[in-house]
Design a protein around this ligand. Structure first.
Ligand SMILES: NC(=O)c1ccc[n+]([C@@H]2O[C@H](COP(=O)([O-])OP(=O)(O)OC[C@H]3O[C@@H](n4cnc5c(N)ncnc54)[C@H](OP(=O)(O)O)[C@@H]3O)[C@@H](O)[C@H]2O)c1
Length: 280
């Protein structure tokens, strides 16, 4: 299978993808409108910055720009693409249909979304190892993208185009909203003089065990704490202290509190009492 790959957009995902493919002996060519990022990439793979991208003899082109730029970037490169070329993006929210096909070029389309979070690049680990990619692809693209996913050490999970927005929402809740929740934890931790480093060291076993329990026994069975016990007094104390020390977090606490009450196996009258507390 052809191992020449072009990647347009050498940001967090494009850079990591390019480097991981380079390590798997792919012949990688990148482009980014930011020349510094581009130079950094070519320095890393010890290749001179090419004058032009080899569109004519590249079977696969990735567009790893921001989601909002994917369509426009595709339209810009379309005249240069070889007929029968496979165009791939890595967005979780968009389907492959963002690429409009033309009869003349017979472009083959795919979207492969790495279910991973990319923040800072480092050469020591492969962020694609053992992860899943959400895949939806034209039939002819499948052998190529599945081979790439396998070469990266990952696995596919097939998503229909109509499910993509909901699929993406699941991943956003699992990762981004978890970050927001941990930020709230950190704000409150600072109020008892726990540094970020110390706090996350302390709560790491708590988080990991909670995750283990959810994964193995389901969310309802993984629940512990004051809401599960129906402990009105403790929740009243939390609300009082939040009002005083971090009023901006009261809404978050209340929204999640209500959902936690719904999740709990408490009897209905007790649930009603607790929910009233969260109407602050
Ligand atoms: N980050 C994640 O954790 C993550 C996870 C899964 C999937 N994804 C998906 O991966 C894709 C890339 O996300 P990202 O986080 O890597 O974004 P990013 O870090 O912002 O990188 C995008 C890069 O593309 C460049 N670019 C934009 N338009 C361009 C154009 N027309 N020509 C050349 N370069 C262009 C940007 O340059 P400027 O800096 O000048 O704008 C930037 O360097 C998105 O579809 C995203 O949904 C991201």
């Amino acid at each position: 299978m052809d191992k020449k790959v072009i990647i347009i957009g050498t940001g967090k995902v494009g850079f990591a993808l390019g480097y991981a493919l380079y390590q798997k002996n792919y012949d990688v060519y990148c482009y980014d409108r930011n020349l510094d990022k581009l130079k950094q990439f070519y320095r890393l793979i010890k290749k001179p910055l090419p004058q032009q991208l080899p569109f004519k003899d590249s079977k696969i082109v990735f567009i790893t720009t921001q989601d909002s730029e994917i369509k426009k970037t595709y339209e810009e490169i379309l005249p240069h693409l070889a007929p029968g070329c496979i165009v791939v993006h890595c967005s979780g929210a968009l389907s492959r249909k963002v690429f409009k096909t033309t009869d003349r070029k017979k472009i083959i389309r795919a979207s492969i979304h790495p279910i991973q979070t990319f923040v800072k690049f480092n050469t020591r680990s492969n962020p694609f190892l053992n992860i899943y990619f959400g895949v939806e692809a034209d039939r002819k693209a499948r052998p190529y993208v599945l081979k790439i996913i396998k070469d990266l050490g990952a696995q596919p999970v097939f998503i229909s185009p109509k499910d993509k927005p909901l699929y993406h929402l699941v991943m956003v809740l699992a990762s981004n909203y978890f970050v927001t929740l941990m930020n709230a934890v950190q704000i409150l931790g600072a109020k008892i003089r726990l540094s970020q480093k110390k706090l996350f060291k302390i709560i790491e076993p708590l988080i990991m065990n909670t995750f283990y329990n959810i994964k193995n026994y389901g969310a309802q069975n993984a629940l512990s704490g004051p809401i599960k016990r129906g402990d009105v007094l403790t929740i009243k104390t939390h609300i009082k202290i939040l009002k005083k020390k971090a009023p901006k977090l009261l809404k978050l606490y209340s929204v999640l509190g209500k959902e936690t009450v719904n999740l709990s196996a408490l009897p209905s009258p007790k649930k009603k009492i607790l929910k009233r507390l969260f109407k602050t």
